[in-house]
Design a protein around this ligand. Structure first.
Ligand code: NAG
Ligand code: NAG
Ligand code: NAG
Length: 198
């Protein structure tokens, strides 16, 4: 009466290759996952630090809304990581006044070892650069006041290195705002810590 046909139990030996593959796959996933986690932990912990240590303006001349000036900054970058070094493959520094770019320069690629401080000299002359009327008015007022509030933005393409492993490219964005510069080449520059975003 019973219509169930009992299929014979497959011999244990036939299952084992599949089980082995399953165990192998799970093992592989766990190992890869752990490797990613360890790498991530090694890279993630501490952010790169940036500050502007010195800043001064030379040859300032604003005539008929045309700006001629040399902007000088000493940018300081610190890599606080014990295991991770950094390749800077591209870097661009732009100086803004009230949202208006007034100086821009590229920095040659460099390598930053672990726990290293690197100072970058920025010096860029702007010649007969035409500014909008509103910006001219504000800048003239600041000149009279003796100091100017500038913003410095840094954009970079970086790679991390842990041991022999090198990461993909990351975009680094740095904002230093406001950077207060005295027109009279005063050396009492108030250094400014920057916001860093990766
Ligand atoms: C400032 O620039 C104007 C126009 O370019 C020029 O005529 C003048 O001589 C400059 N002044 C100084 C002090 O360099
Ligand atoms: C940081 O690294 C640069 C480039 O390798 C090196 O020239 C400089 O001396 C290092 N600075 C410190 C404080 O170790
Ligand atoms: C800029 O520096 C000069 C010379 O040291 C100083 O007399 C002046 O007070 C400074 N200006 C401002 C706005 O701090």
């Amino acid at each position: 009466m019973a219509h169930f046909t009992q299929s014979p139990n497959p011999p244990a030996k036939k299952r084992s290759p599949i089980t082995m593959i399953a165990i192998f796959c799970i093992g592989l996933i766990v190992i890869v996952g752990l490797a990613i986690l360890i790498t991530w932990l090694a890279i993630k912990p501490k952010k790169l630090q940036y500050s502007v240590d010195e800043g001064w303006i030379k040859d300032y001349n604003l005539t008929n809304s045309e700006l001629t000036s040399t902007f000088n900054f000493v940018l300081r970058t610190y890599n606080p990581n014990h295991k991770t070094s950094v390749y800077y493959d591209k870097m661009e520094v732009t100086v803004y006044y009230r949202g208006q770019a007034v100086a821009n320069d590229k920095v040659a690629p460099f390598y930053q070892p672990k726990q290293n401080v690197t100072r970058l000299m920025f010096q860029k002359a702007t010649k007969n650069y035409n500014l909008p009327q509103g910006v001219v008015r504000d800048l003239k007022a600041e000149r009279t006041g003796g100091e100017v509030d500038l913003d410095i933005k840094i954009k970079a393409k970086i790679r991390f290195k842990v041991g022999i492993w090198k990461s993909r490219h990351y975009k680094l964005k740095v904002l230093c705002s406001p950077v207060v510069v005295n027109f009279s080449n005063d050396k009492r520059f108030q250094n400014k810590d920057c916001e860093v975003d990766i």
